[in-house]
Design a protein around this ligand. Structure first.
Ligand code: FAD
Length: 245
């Protein structure tokens, strides 16, 4: 089936959903979509609604999937308020609304968004900083790394090591540590160990991505004496849950 045929078959929002979308959401045009690997897309959005926005690193955008009020959450990598432009890095994990939306996106498409809105509380995020996450955290990693004073150490659990390394190198994060995700979570000991190895006095930690991995690393950090004032955590997804956030 062609992309356009596929899109014609998507159910359209009903009257109530359309009205709510008009009230609360704002339009953006897809300025560019770059397929930087099989499962990752760099997406540039532009439009007047993105101009003069006071964006902070770590905030989220909620994007309507075009059917009813279903939305999915992505993290701006950067924001140019003067020209009204932002960039997302989206991971397509499988057959679900967000992944399908990303896969079907073409330059010139329109979308509706809410935000940017607060997600991770940026206050108190200080260097030295360690970010633990996964494929869904690459955009946040890029945004945090662009803040000169932060320069975080990056540690990710990922499904496809070669693909993730190539994407990370492509966005200038080639120094990141990537750890292969095991289906039984046997890798979490090594992942937590890699994070805890940095747990000396004064180091701050940001944990994002898969809920169970965050919990595991969080416990290991606490056991190593890292208090909550030095940790920020935000689950981006969990198996069996949809559209977390
Ligand atoms: C604050 C915030 C910021 C985020 N930023 C980004 C971002 O910048 N880039 C990005 O790609 N994602 C990001 N995410 C994660 C993204 O919103 C989720 O992965 C979302 O679930 C994807 O929607 P979906 O419709 O594809 O899957 P859903 O319909 O939401 O989920 C269906 C099922 O797919 C599985 N699933 C969901 N996500 C994943 C995954 N990543 N890997 C493997 N299985 C999964 C789960 O079992 C889930 O039950 C962010 C999430 C939050 C809360």
């Amino acid at each position: 089936m062609t992309d356009s045929a596929h899109r014609l078959e998507e159910p359209q929002p009903g009257y109530v959903a359309r009205t709510l979308l008009r009230w609360f959401m704002r339009p953006a045009r897809v300025a560019a979509v770059a397929a930087i690997s099989d499962n990752f897309r760099l997406i540039d959005l532009e439009g007047d609604a993105l101009k003069n926005i006071d964006w902070t690193v770590g905030q989220k955008l909620q994007i309507s999937m075009g059917t009813g009020l279903t939305a999915r959450t992505y993290t701006p990598m950067s924001w140019d308020p003067e020209h009204g432009r932002t960039r997302l890095l989206a991971f397509m994990h499988g057959d679900a609304p967000g992944s399908r939306w990303v896969e079907g996106l073409r330059e010139g498409d329109m979308c509706q968004f809410l935000g940017p809105r607060r997600s991770l509380d940026p206050s108190g995020i200080e260097a030295p900083l360690v970010l633990f996450g996964d494929e869904t955290s690459f955009a946040l990693a890029s945004a945090l790394s662009a803040v000169r004073r932060l320069r975080p150490i990056l540690i990710f659990e990922v499904t496809d090591i070669a693909q993730s390394r190539s994407v990370l190198e492509g966005i200038g994060l080639g120094d990141a540590t990537v750890i292969a995700r095991a289906s039984d979570d046997a890798h979490l000991g090594a992942a937590a160990g890699a994070v805890v190895a940095h747990a000396s006095a004064g180091v701050h930690f940001v944990l994002t991505g898969r809920a169970a991995a965050i919990q595991h690393v969080n416990r290991a950090l606490r056991a190593a004496g890292v208090g909550s004032s030095r940790m920020k955590a935000k689950a981006y997804w969990a198996p069996g849950k949809t559209g977390l956030d």
